[in-house]
Write a protein that binds this ligand. Structure first.
Ligand SMILES: Cc1cc2nc3c(=O)[nH]c(=O)nc-3n(C[C@H](O)[C@H](O)[C@H](O)COP(=O)(O)O)c2cc1C
Length: 514
């Protein structure tokens, strides 16, 4: 980077001298030696044309300011390594390059003469543009992501948040599915949104995760986004929750927005197409990132007992186990708060009965249990103790926030909804506390996936340093835009570097040492 900046300084200095000379020529009306001397070259014709000034100010004078700005920005970056300075340099050199292209076009096609001094400036601007694009390729990508984030925040979100959330979700999924079928779109998106970096790659339970950021269960419950999510930058995704029997969803409203609380009201109750349909629609798909199948109990009054509920869950697992679906792992959702009846797998005895039956299946893929976040530390440890005696490989902390009085929830917003539970920021703190608890007691036994309220790289890093090996999210992406995934990955790389780590494994649980 230092060499690149020195090249920028050298070129900008030459450009500055060139511009000073041309400005001097303009005001002193000297006829430059290149006039009429070479074929097609006529500095006088160019520099005295009506295009050589804007509002009476010679373009060369703008050039002086431009190169001065570049010199100052480069010196500032050399001294401070400031990212905003780098963004300024990228923007300035892009503007300089585009302006140069336009001025060369004017000379060749409109004025029909070339000024060699102007061409020197154009050459310098082009070289500066290329050098900056190459040297600061990562910052260029971050700038593109920042622009996408601003467009999402100030334009797209403003429109989408005026439309019914369920309608927006359905159309977003349809658009994502369509984009996933187009290789050009996928390649373009990948260029900006994917961040391949060895420091983020992990192999967990034999599964290769190129980055630790996953899509949590509930967004792609029909598995229609599997072909586009890798290009958005996700390292893995969950499909579902899928249940043995289909369910059309709870009575409306199924979704709501709480912008001040940075949260969503969720009342879907496992809306899904059912295991058999999902098996056939996923069977022929090739997955580019690890896919988890989230399985839960069918939401129906027909399941009256715990035994029936366990049989129902076992049937869903069996359907996938016998299928050709190329998934990498399972999630067992025992924590959905929006279901009929009072069947619960929270008491240790109940979860033990369920897991005993699951153990008998000898599943080929690892299982992660999606945990509730409303239980006390003692109750959660009770559940973990039982889970540890069975086959699951890990736990996910966690599901939605049930406490309507949670301090992160704006009470006026909560009162708009008589049903449902809450995602996003209100889940962040409790999810972190439970990650910490589980890591302290079971770091050798469980792989922990952190989920709840991730809106930035820093949020994801907090969960990782408390003990999560992987993270998942939904709400952050809805509030910040799909570019958030790449921003989180880049943020993680920066935070690892800042803490002196070369690999994510060195950071897991680092803030959770007793
Ligand atoms: C619209 C929506 C639907 C959800 N559906 C499910 C689901 O079917 N299964 C599940 O395990 N979790 C579900 N969740 C919970 C999320 O997976 C996640 O645990 C929770 O939203 C916290 O993460 P977030 O703050 O990043 O959204 C859903 C969440 C949302 C926002």
């Amino acid at each position: 980077m230092k060499k690149g900046l020195l090249a920028v300084l050298a070129l900008a200095s030459v450009g500055l001298i060139d511009s000073i000379y041309l400005t001097y020529e303009h005001y002193s009306r000297i006829i430059l030696p290149c006039s009429t001397s070479i074929f097609f070259s006529d500095c006088g014709k160019v520099l005295q044309s009506s295009y050589s000034t804007v509002f009476g100010i010679p373009l060369a004078l703008f050039g002086i300011f431009y190169y001065c700005f570049l010199l100052i920005s480069s010196l500032f970056i050399l001294a401070t390594n400031n990212r905003k300075g780098i963004y300024t340099l990228i923007i300035l050199t892009t503007i300089g390059f585009v302006t140069s292209l336009y001025l060369v076009f004017l000379q060749i096609f409109i004025i029909k003469a070339i000024c060699l001094y102007c061409m020197v400036s154009a050459l310098i601007s082009t070289s500066l543009f290329i050098i900056v694009q190459i040297v600061f390729s990562r910052e260029r990508k971050m700038l593109a992501l920042l622009k996408m984030a601003l467009i999402y925040r100030y334009v797209i979100k403003k429109i989408l948040f005026k439309i019914d959330p369920e309608t927006v979700h359905n159309h977003t999924v349809a658009l994502g599915e369509m984009m996933g079928k187009n290789n050009v779109v996928k390649n373009l998106l990948s260029k900006v949104c994917t961040e391949k970096n060895e420091s983020l790659e992990q192999t967990i339970k034999g599964i290769i995760f190129t980055n630790p950021v996953g899509l949590a269960a509930g967004f792609d419950y029909e598995g229609r986004l599997t072909q586009i999510l890798p290009s958005v930058g996700f390292g893995f995704q969950s499909i579902g929750t899928i249940t043995n029997m289909p369910y059309k969803g709870n009575p409306s409203p199924m979704l709501g927005r709480l912008p001040k609380s940075q949260s969503l009201m969720v009342n879907k109750g496992f809306k899904n197409l059912g295991a058999a349909t999902m098996v056939s629609s996923l069977s022929n798909l090739d997955f580019k990132i690890p896919v988890g199948i989230s399985i839960g109990r069918t939401n129906t009054v027909a399941l009256k007992t715990q035994k029936q509920s366990i049989e129902d869950i076992i049937q869903a697992f069996t359907a996938f186990e016998k299928s050709k679906v190329a998934h990498s792992y399972y999630e067992l959702n025992i924590s959905c708060p929006n279901l009929y009846g009072d069947i619960t797998f929270y008491p240790p005895k109940n979860v033990s009965e369920l897991l005993t039956e699951i153990d008998k299946l000898h599943l080929k893929k690892p299982v992660f249990i999606k945990m509730p976040i409303e239980k006390s530390d003692r109750e959660t440890l009770g559940m973990l103790k039982v889970i540890a005696d069975h086959s699951p490989a890990g736990v996910i902390f966690g599901n939605l926030q049930k406490d309507r009085k949670n301090p992160f929830l704006d009470q006026k917003e909560v009162r708009q909804f008589r049903v449902g539970y809450f995602s996003g920021k209100p889940t962040f703190t409790r999810s972190n506390e439970l990650i910490k608890l589980a890591y302290r007691h079971y770091k050798k036994r469980f792989t922990i996936i952190g989920c709840g309220g991730i809106f930035s790289g820093k949020d994801a890093y907090t969960k990782i340093t408390l003990g999560a090996s992987l993270v998942q999210l939904i709400t952050g992406m809805i509030f910040q835009g799909p570019q958030l995934i790449a921003q989180i990955n880049i943020g993680l790389i920066d935070l690892l570097k800042k803490d002196g780590f070369t690999h994510i494994s060195q950071a897991i649980g680092i803030r959770n040492k007793s």
